[in-house]
Design a protein around this ligand. Sequence first.
Ligand SMILES: Nc1ccn([C@@H]2O[C@H](COP(=O)(O)OP(=O)(O)OP(=O)(O)O)[C@@H](O)[C@H]2O)c(=O)n1
Ligand SMILES: C[C@](O)(CO)[C@H](O)COP(=O)(O)O
Length: 400
Amino acid sequence: MPTTPPPRRIAALIVAAGRGVRAGGGLPKQYRIVGGRTVLAHSAALFLGHPRVEHVAVVIHPDDEALYREAVAGIRGLLPPVMGGATRQASVRAGLEALASHAPDAVLIHDAVRPFATGDLVTRVIEALSTNRAVLAASPVADTLKRGDAEGFVADTVSREGLFAAETPQGFHLDVILDAHRRAAAAGVEVTDDAALAEWAGIPVRLVAGARSNIKLTSQEDIAVADRRLQGEALLEAGETRVGTGYDVHPFTDGDAVWLGGIRIPHEKTLAGHSDADVALHALTDALLGAIAEGDIGSHFPPSDQQWRGASSDRFLAHAVGLVTARGGRIVNLDLAIIAEAPKIGPHRDAMRARIAEIAGISTGRVAVKATTNEKLGFVGRREGIAAIATATIRLPFES
Ligand SMILES: Nc1ccn([C@@H]2O[C@H](COP(=O)(O)OP(=O)(O)OP(=O)(O)O)[C@@H](O)[C@H]2O)c(=O)n1
Ligand SMILES: C[C@](O)(CO)[C@H](O)COP(=O)(O)O
């Protein structure tokens, strides 16, 4: 059990001062773009977005100051970068010395080049720090392990029983790990991770479940795989675009006004229909239903059903909007064309756009209302009725 109380103030230290020799040199791998942003930006975002992490510092190579500035442009909340050393261990020590002035109780040490660590993993490490001074995220080794000989043959098979692959973040009470690093440096002890230094210092290291997906980008192939994986995840998050169309017609009958686009327009006739006969809202309703492949207005509001007699058509459109939002979707835009010899639509266009936007819960800028005559051709041209055509574009969470 720890001799110190559970840590309250937690800092993250991201080491990013390596040269990436195994990935082929050139641009260090922490500055390569995967899934649309640098590897380092993915790692920084994880800790900056975690509610328990108060400070985040990055250790960089002195040659990389310009690369670093570019990689974190637009990212807020990072402490000034710390200059690293020739080895990972030296870089961590430099970072810990710098963090000490902020006096966190505990520190989470993370490789910049592990962009797949998750908030849940960070939380697991933090929670284990309540009762342990050193915590290691690790996954049981799943492959059969072989030791090779100098000639390139298998010397023997190594039991994987009880073996774990160490990951980051690794969490420590700050005083414990800083002391271990200082003493190891003085003693010339060099290891590949910070848990190994805690072990060397005689501190029990608690294992918590890591994730096999939390890979360290080591080779060029790792970077290419990470890019494909993150792009795939981004596509899934972005969802998909759907488009639907709607068409409706209503004939004129005796009356003194028409309902069009949710607006009452005085006219020498009215439109006949089971409901208020608002062709524009009916076409928009069908366009939305088409975008989600949910039948048509008649299947949701059958003309045989007396409850819809004289109904105000904003209810139909609102229903279709509700079906879209219930599926986690949102409306990108609605485009409406009204085909009528009369009444004139122009004077009412803005009022219609505002009303449709209100019903759909979107801004007016996402609603277009256009009008045309039918050049005196056909039933519209003979002033026997009004037609409307609508297109709806929506975004839905991706479905297979
Ligand atoms: N002197 C060093 C060496 C490594 N690291 C960091 O430690 C993490 C894990 O190291 P590794 O994968 O070995 O990275 P590189 O040292 O860059 O790779 P290589 O050994 O292939 O050069 C990386 O985020 C790396 O930037 C560091 O901060 N300082
Ligand atoms: C710390 C580490 O990520 C644990 O697996 C790893 O040891 C660092 O990378 P390196 O290749 O050993 O430097």
